[in-house]
Design a protein around this ligand. Sequence first.
Ligand code: PGA
Length: 277
Amino acid sequence: MTPLLAGAVFTARQACSDGQVKKKRGADMIVAANWKMNPALDQAAVLATALASQPFFEIKRILFVPHPYLVPMSVRLTGAPLQIGGQDCHFADHGAYTGDVSAGMLRDCGASTVLLGHSERRSAHGESSDLVAQKIKAALAQNLDVVLCVGETKAERDDKKAEQVVIDQLQASIPDNTPPTRLTIAYEPVWAIGTGAVASPDDIGAMHHIIASVLSERFGAGALPPILYGGSVNAENAGSIFAVPLVGGALVGGASLDADAFAAICTAAQLASRNEG
Ligand code: PGA
């Protein structure tokens, strides 16, 4: 164990008065849907209507929708207990950035939050953690909350570098002066995204512990942002994932496109919330 990790474990334990590492979930469990570049608009409308009618009042639900859907989904979900978010933003306020969207534009179109640093953007668009940090600054300046994704590739895990990769991503992606109340972390091992190969509860727990420790060093043990898990979460595995200490919810891709599957995941989150309380 590196000195940083040894210290980090100590810090996480410090957070608990009885010496045990407990679940730290913030106010509520969070279940966030990442629709990615799905579905067609007419199907999105049907899905949103189904989600709006589902009675989940004890958890926080966020829909990260394709940018052109922000306005129609915001209108359709007016008054529903769901937040809408964008899946990315540019670091600049405006300018000659063809095809990009600013944080202010997201906000003006109804978003209250934005997903940043997703591995599909890090890999397909070459986004570095430094760029992600600039985007987070832009989002915070526009009063958007941020869900920051971190996670290692299969090769990095096989090389036993997973922990250091995630620590490095956290340290480089979170800008100075970020208010912890505006930030949520989503730990998404790249090899688990869209593959059905969900990480084991032990691996999730170990990584969440490390993330909590890094965050506790940055923000203080009493101000930890929620830490979600993402990567092949579905109706069947959600309960066991939410039972893992420090897991504060899920970022859900494929299963979020099915209203029933998403509802089952939200039910599991609501139960976990009650069990903790
Ligand atoms: P998945 O995607 O649930 O389909 O694995 C998760 C994500 O990419 O956020």
